[in-house]
Design a protein around this ligand. Structure first.
Ligand SMILES: Nc1ncnc2c1ncn2[C@@H]1O[C@H](COP(=O)(O)OP(=O)(O)OP(=O)(O)O)[C@@H](O)[C@H]1O
Ligand SMILES: [Mg+2]
Length: 364
């Protein structure tokens, strides 16, 4: 059973998205949030996320979180720490500006709040990991690494900038020397991205394999990483080789922006060789592995947010995800249209909340 004191104990919300006001006391284990479409379920998760990360997972413009026609939103939580203290954390957003309070004191830098209350998020479009294009897998990878590797964001930004400049030169039909002038910075940032991605996927491979050993016994699992250029070349060689083609097409073809990975079960790609049901099981193993690795990499316990899991997974697979999360002994928030079919035996302290038109009520 989770430590009763850790996690988000209560939350006050004012003028956040379609939630005018709410005052909620949460369970330290599972909080189930139900309600029809557009009720405000994801908005509630977003408020919790915002408290932990001082940003949204749906928009980069925090002003959009302010309820239409209002001057500011306010989210105040009481967070239980591992050392048994309970601290109030408050965040307010006026257009263009955050005000943050920790234990009644204003915080000057947003980063001071980070790490006090880590939140992890899993959203519903999980089958994209198998059936979507490489972009989805890269996004998932980037997302995970942004959260656990501080140097990743910096390398990613440096890479994106060098790539933008190089592509602009290609598009302008600039002389080759003006194109390759960016290669040094590009290759340098790419090396950092590639190393962090490779290490993360290698760790993740082990975590997922452990989950699948239970879910799909007797089958081997491995993640095959593809860095974004030909295996037998290093990146400078790949850039040199594709320079003529880059110049005729007007963009850079080799590099981490083209990376991908495949989930191999018994050496066969999961999306082409397994049934729909097996694919769901593989996705569940992948998600649980990701969640557990994320948890292992980030020491303080926080909360897990699962948005709309039921939209992709049937009752049996949802139950497996919840069983895996129960092993983490951490606070969990799950949204769903309905949760009738769920077995909640592993969650003796669970609470239910129902949302309608932005009004949230505990179901007792
Ligand atoms: N700043 C805002 N002010 C007021 N309402 C907003 C704001 N931003 C979004 N909304 C509205 O809030 C409502 C709730 O959205 P939300 O995504 O939380 O619903 P949901 O319960 O997760 O629905 P679904 O089941 O479809 O995912 C939507 O109708 C949305 O248009
Ligand atoms: Mg939603």
């Amino acid at each position: 059973m989770p430590d009763f004191l850790t996690g988000l104990q209560s939350l006050d919300i004012g003028q956040f998205r379609n939630i005018e006001t709410a005052r909620l006391a949460f369970s330290p284990d599972l909080n189930l949030i139900t309600g029809p479409n557009a009720a405000g379920k994801t908005s509630l998760l977003e408020a919790v996320y915002c408290l932990g990360r001082v940003r949204s997972f749906r928009t980069s413009d925090a002003d959009q979180l302010i309820r239409y026609g209002q001057a500011a939103f306010r989210v105040v939580g009481r967070v239980g720490l591992q050392d048994e203290r309970v601290i109030p954390v408050g965040i307010q957003r006026r257009p263009g500006h955050y005000d943050i309070h920790l234990e009644g004191q204003p915080l000057r830098r947003l980063s001071d709040l980070a790490g006090r209350f880590p939140v992890h998020l899993m959203t519903g479009d999980t089958t994209n990991i198998l059936n979507g294009g490489p972009r989805y897998r890269r996004q998932s990878l980037d997302w995970a690494l942004f959260h656990v590797e501080h140097s990743y964001r910096n390398a990613w930004q440096r890479y994106a900038k060098a790539l933008r400049q190089r592509n602009a030169a290609l598009k302008d039909h600039a002389p080759a020397a003006q194109v390759t002038a960016w290669d040094g910075e590009l290759v340098d940032a790419a090396a950092a991205l590639d190393r962090l991605r490779r290490n993360y996927l290698s760790d993740l491979s082990g975590y997922v394999a452990r989950e699948l050993a239970v879910l799909l016994p007797g089958k081997g699992f491995v993640i095959r990483y593809q860095p974004g250029w030909a295996k037998d070349l290093n990146l400078p060689e790949a850039l040199e080789k594709s320079l003529d083609k880059d110049r005729s097409r007007g963009y850079t073809q080799a590099g981490p922006h083209r990376a991908d990975y495949a989930l191999l079960v018994d050496d066969r790609p999961a999306q082409t060789h397994y049934s729909r049901g097996q694919q769901k099981t593989i996705i569940v193993g992948f998600l649980l592995g990701q969640v557990k690795l994320q948890h292992a990499l980030e020491a303080p316990k926080g909360a897990f947010l699962l948005d709309d899991l039921a939209s992709e997974l049937d009752a049996e697979h949802q139950a497996r995800v919840l069983a895996g999360l129960a092993e983490l002994e951490t606070q969990v928030f799950v949204t769903a249209i309905s949760t009738h079919a769920l077995d909640l035996a592993a969650w003796p302290l669970h609470k239910r909340f129902h949302v309608e038109h932005g009004v949230i009520q505990e179901v007792v």
